[in-house]
Write a protein that binds this ligand. Structure first.
Ligand code: F6R
Length: 608
C-alpha cells in the first residue's frame, strides 16, 4: 500500500520523482524517500511524515545533477512509520537502492538466513530483505543485477512491485511486479516506472501495462521487458492514455473529495456514454456480448464498493428477477462459497487492486465460475484477471474516501440490471426506455440540485457538529446507502456512526437513543415509506433528534427535514448519495480534519 516511481532520463531526476510522489501520495503518506546516484555515490534521503518533510530535507542537499532516481511514499505494513523504515533501502555494500510496494510474506526466514551469512540489517522492514538478498546474490554468486533480481525473486513469497538500481550502472533502473501494480511510461529520451499513471502523466501518455513476473529495464533512450523467471525478452507495446492531467489534480477545489463529489454529474454521463442504443432505447454492453444471462449472481467487494453491490441487489431482484448473493470479500475468500456452473461472480472495485477482492476473484476462477470485474482503473489487476470487464469510466479518484466511484458503480450496475432484464424479458421495453430516460436526465438534475444540497449539508453539519454518534437508517435500497452514509462520516470526521436497516432498531440499537444521539434517516418515496415513518416515531418518542433526507411530497415531521430535488423514485439514491457525502465532507471540514488523507487509511488496500 505504497507508491513507487522510478526515472531514467535527461531531467533532474529528483525533481521528477518528487512531482510523481505528490501524485501518488493517495497510496500512502506516513513516510517518503528518494534515491539517486551523484558523482558515482548512492544517496538516499528519507523522512517520516508527509512529502513536505522530505522536500525540506532535500532543500538542504543539492541533488540536481542526478538523472536517474527513484522514490517511494509509504503506508506502513512492517515496522513503524519512521525514517529508518522509510524506503529506499540499501544493501550492505551501499551500491544498491530499492523501493517496494507489497508484502514479502517469508521475509523473517530469509532475514535469518542472511543474518547467518553475516548480513547486517538497518530496518525492521520486509523490503530491506529484498535488497539485501539481491545484493548478496551479486556479491556471493557474482551475478549481474538482472540475474540477482531473478534469483532473489525465486526465493520470495508475497506481493511486490519494486524498482532497484546500482551505482555500477547509474543510468539503468530495473523494476518488476507480482500482484502489486506497476506501469511503464515511455517518453522521449526518458522512461518511467510507477504504481499509477498520474505519477508521470506530465511527461508522457504512452503507457505499458506490466503483468505479473515482468521485469523491465529502463534507460534514458530504451526500455525492454523480460520474464523475471527465465529472463527471456517479452514483447510489449505502449498504449496511449487520453486522461487529462488536470483531471488528476484538484482543479482549484480545496479538497479532492469535494471536487470528486461535484464531478458526479459528469461521471454519470461518462459511464452511460456509448451504452444506450439511440434507436432501440436499449442498453448495449458490448463487453458482455456473447455471454448468457447468469442463473445466479455473487457480488464480491469491500467497503464502499460493497455498498454499491448491496444497493444493486435490490434492482437485480426487482428488475431482472435474478437471485443475488452479496459478500464482503474478506469473508467470501475464507468461506466455502457454493458456486455452480451458469453462475457469475461480479467483483466491484474502484482501484482494481484490493487484495481481498482479488482473492475472491481468484477463488471464483479456481472454481471455474466466470468473473465480471466492475472497476475504474484501466489495466488494473481486477481488469486483467476477470473474464469480462465493465469499466465505470469515472476517471482517477484521488481522495481516500470514495465518492464518485460509488456513483459510477451504481450507474454501471443499473445498466447491467436493465441489460439482463431485457435479455430475460423481465423488463418491458417501455420500462427500460423510461429507466434510461430518467438515468440520462440525472446529470442535469444533479448539476442544478447540488449547490443547494451543499448549502444544506454545510448548515446541518454545523448544527450537529457536537454530536459524538449518529445512526443512519434506511429500508430497502436505502439501507446500503445508510451504511455508506455512516462509513463516510466516520472515516473522514472520526465521529462514530452506525448504519442500520431501520427495522432492526427495535431489536437492540434503539437503547442508545437519547437527545444527544441524532439519527439520519433516508426517507424517500419507496414502498417501505410508512414502515420507516413508524421506526422514526419510535426514535423521536425517546427524545432522539431526526434529520430526514427526503424527497418532495413525503410527509414527515422531524427536527430537520432535508429535501433533495425531485427525481424518479427508483433513482432517488443518486441524490441521497451525494447528500450523505456532502454532509460527511462538511462535518470533517468544520472539525478541521484531514479530509483527503484521513488517519490510518490509504486509498488502495493492496494487502490483506
Ligand atoms: C471508503 C473507501 C473504501 C473502499 C474499499 C474498496 O471511502 O474508499 O471502503 O471502497 O477499500 O476499494 P476498491 O473499490 O478500490 O476495491
Amino acid at each position: 500500500m505504497c507508491g513507487i516511481i522510478g526515472y531514467a532520463g535527461h531531467r533532474p531526476a529528483v525533481t521528477v520523482v518528487i512531482e510523481g510522489l505528490k501524485r501518488l501520495e493517495y497510496r500512502g503518506y506516513d513516510s517518503a524517500g528518494v534515491a539517486f546516484v551523484q558523482n558515482k555515490c548512492l544517496e538516499t534521503v528519507r523522512s517520516e511524515g508527509k512529502l513536505e518533510r522530505l522536500e525540506q530535507k532535500l532543500s538542504r542537499c543539492d541533488p540536481y545533477l542526478a538523472t536517474t532516481g527513484m522514490g517511494h511514499t509509504r503506508w506502513a505494513t512492517h515496522g513503524l512509520p519512521n525514517e529508518q523504515n522509510a524506503h529506499p533501502h540499501q544493501d550492505q555494500s551501499g551500491r544498491l537502492a530499492l523501493v517496494h510496494n507489497g508484502i514479502i510474506e517469508n521475509y523473517l526466514s530469509l532475514k535469518d538466513q542472511l543474518e547467518q551469512e553475516g548480513v547486517e540489517f538497518q530496518s525492521e522492514t520486509d523490503t530491506e530483505v529484498l535488497v539485501q538478498l539481491i545484493g548478496w546474490h551479486m556479491h556471493k554468486d557474482g551475478l549481474s543485477l538482472q540475474r540477482a533480481i531473478s534469483r532473489a525473486l525465486e526465493q520470495v513469497e508475497g506481493a511486490y512491485a519494486l524498482a532497484v538500481f546500482s551505482t555500477d550502472n547509474p543510468d539503468q533502473l530495473w523494476a518488476v511486479r507480482n500482484s502489486s501494480p506497476l506501469l511503464l511510461g515511455v517518453g522521449q529520451g526518458e522512461n518511467f516506472v510507477a504504481s499509477d499513471i498520474p505519477a508521470f502523466l506530465n511527461y508522457t501518455r504512452e503507457v505499458v501495462f506490466l503483468d505479473d513476473h515482468e521485469l523491465v529495464l529502463i534507460q534514458p533512450h530504451s526500455w525492454q521487458v523480460y520474464d523475471s523467471r527465465n529472463l527471456e525478452p517479452v514483447t510489449k507495446a505502449p498504449e496511449h492514455i487520453t486522461w487529462d492531467v488536470q483531471s488528476a489534480q484538484k482543479s482549484g477545489y480545496k479538497h479532492f473529495m469535494l471536487k470528486e463529489i461535484l464531478e458526479q454529474p459528469q461521471v454519470i454521463r461518462d459511464c452511460l456514454a456509448g451504452r444506450i442504443d439511440r434507436d432501440t432505447r436499449k442498453v448495449v454492453l458490448k463487453e458482455l456480448e456473447g455471454w448468457e444471462v447468469p442463473t445466479r449472481v455473487h457480488i464480491v467487494a469491500c467497503g464502499t464498493s460493497f455498498h454499491a453491490g448491496l444497493w444493486a441487489k435490490y434492482y437485480f431482484e426487482r428488475w431482472s428477477g435474478l437471485s443475488v448473493q452479496v459478500d464482503i470479500a474478506s469473508e467470501f475468500r475464507y468461506r466455502e462459497p457454493i458456486l455452480k456452473p451458469g453462475e457469475l461472480v461480479v467483483v466491484i472495485s474502484q482501484s482494481g487492486e484490493t487484495a481481498d477482492t482479488l482473492a475472491g476473484l481468484r477463488i471464483a476462477r479456481e472454481k471455474k465460475v466466470p468473473v465480471l470485474g466492475i472497476c475504474n482503473v484501466l489495466g488494473s489487476t481486477v481488469a486483467r484477471e476477470s473474464d469480462l470487464v465493465l469499466y465505470t469510466q469515472a476517471g482517477p479518484e484521488i481522495s481516500v474516501a470514495s465518492t464518485k466511484a460509488m456513483c459510477s458503480q451504481m450507474v454501471a450496475l443499473i445498466l447491467l440490471t436493465l441489460y439482463w432484464g431485457q435479455a430475460k424479458g423481465t423488463v418491458s421495453s417501455d420500462f427500460s426506455s423510461k429507466a434510461l430516460k430518467e438515468l440520462e436526465s440525472l446529470p442535469e438534475l444533479m448539476q442544478a440540485g447540488i449547490p443547494g444540497m451543499h448549502e444544506q449539508a454545510r448548515s446541518l453539519a454545523r448544527k450537529y457538529s457536537v454530536a459524538r454518534s449518529f445512526f443512519f437508517l434506511g429500508r430497502g435500497e436505502n439501507y446500503p446507502l445508510a451504511l455508506e452514509g455512516a462509513l463516510k462520516l466516520k472515516e473522514i470526521s472520526y465521529i462514530h456512526a452506525e448504519g442500520y436497516a431501520a427495522g432492526e432498531m427495535k431489536h437492540g440499537p434503539i437503547a442508545l437513543i437519547d437527545q444527544d444521539f441524532p439519527t439520519f434517516a433516508l426517507v424517500t418515496d419507496n414502498d417501505l415509506l410508512q414502515k420507516l415513518q413508524s421506526n422514526l416515531q419510535e426514535v423521536q418518542a425517546r427524545g432522539g433528534p431526526v434529520i430526514a433526507l427526503t424527497s418532495p411530497g413525503v410527509e414527515i415531521r422531524v427536527a430537520d427535514r432535508w429535501e433533495v430535488p425531485k427525481v424518479w423514485s427508483q433513482l432517488a439514491g443518486f441524490f441521497i448519495l451525494p447528500a450523505l457525502q456532502l454532509f460527511a465532507y462538511e462535518m470533517a471540514v468544520y472539525l478541521g480534519k484531514d479530509v483527503d488523507q484521513p488517519r490510518n487509511l490509504a486509498k488502495s488496500v493492496t494487502v490483506e
